[in-house]
Design a protein around this ligand. Structure first.
Ligand SMILES: [Zn+2]
Ligand SMILES: [Zn+2]
Length: 248
């Protein structure tokens, strides 16, 4: 994949050498990813489960996943995950633009027949939000989730609604001050819906995260979105994990 080269990019390259967005190898300024990644990225291809988006031999359905569908362009594997780890640890937004191209390509193909109204993202953990309040410091202060979701939505062409989901623990409201629906929502677990959920009613929502591991995070978020009126929840992540089914 080639990238347009501008004077500023060329200048930046002198100070910050250009690296592969996935594996961190040094590459020419005109590229996004290295030759090895172009050839060997572990794409999710083959006989793919329509619901969880993995090859059938790695299918993660059957655990009561609450979302309608999930897709990811790639499997999580060394060394291709290094770029994501660095993206999350440091403030390297340029990686998100590359990740977004892969995610949007897969989502566009998979969800071609679906109506998508808007996108939301898995919220940041409280510690990350606190970093935002305190202001930027090295390795923190910026939400990687937000950056990735924003880049994806720009590439895919869908509106991103921020602040729809939050960690339940982020809320200082006592259980007593909650209305029935809010209390009911809380028994399910970690996530909560911020507003009254009106805009969710009857909507088809695209839910964005970086990695689909067991699916419990996406499932919990989807459960909350549906409890507040969403009709369908379609997920997209950059990576999904390969988990061989256990033999009984
Ligand atoms: Zn690479
Ligand atoms: Zn499946």
């Amino acid at each position: 994949m080639d990238r347009p080269k501008t004077f500023l990019q060329a200048l930046g390259c002198v100070i910050y050498p250009n690296r592969c967005a996935f594996c961190d190898e040094l590459i020419p300024i005109s590229k996004y990813v290295c030759e090895r990644c172009e050839a060997e990225l572990p794409h999710v291809i083959g006989n793919i489960c329509r619901k969880c988006g993995c090859e059938r031999k790695y299918c993660k359905c059957g655990k009561g996943l609450e979302f309608d569908r999930a897709v990811a362009p790639l499997y999580y594997a060394e060394p291709f995950n290094r770029g994501l780890l660095k993206f999350k640890k440091n403030r390297e937004d340029w990686r998100a633009e590359v990740f977004a191209i892969y995610m949007a390509g897969t989502a566009t193909e998979a969800y071609a027949g679906e109506r998508i109204d808007f996108a939301v993202r898995v919220p940041d953990h409280k510690s990350r939000i606190d970093d935002n309040v305190r202001g930027p410091r090295l390795g923190a202060g910026k939400s990687p989730n937000a950056t990735l979701a924003k880049a994806f939505c720009a590439e895919y062409g869908v509106e991103l609604k921020e602040g729809v989901l939050r960690y339940y623990s982020d809320d200082s409201k006592s259980q007593r001050s909650r209305n029935f629906n809010e209390r009911h929502a809380n028994v399910f677990g970690m996530f909560d819906i911020v507003d009254d959920g009106c805009e969710l009613f009857g909507s088809n929502v695209l839910l964005i995260d970086d990695v689909f591991t067991t699916g419990s995070t996406l499932s919990e978020c989807a459960k909350m979105l549906k409890l507040h009126g969403a009709e369908s929840v379609f997920c997209v992540t950059l990576f999904t994990t390969k988990q061989e089914k256990r033999k009984k």
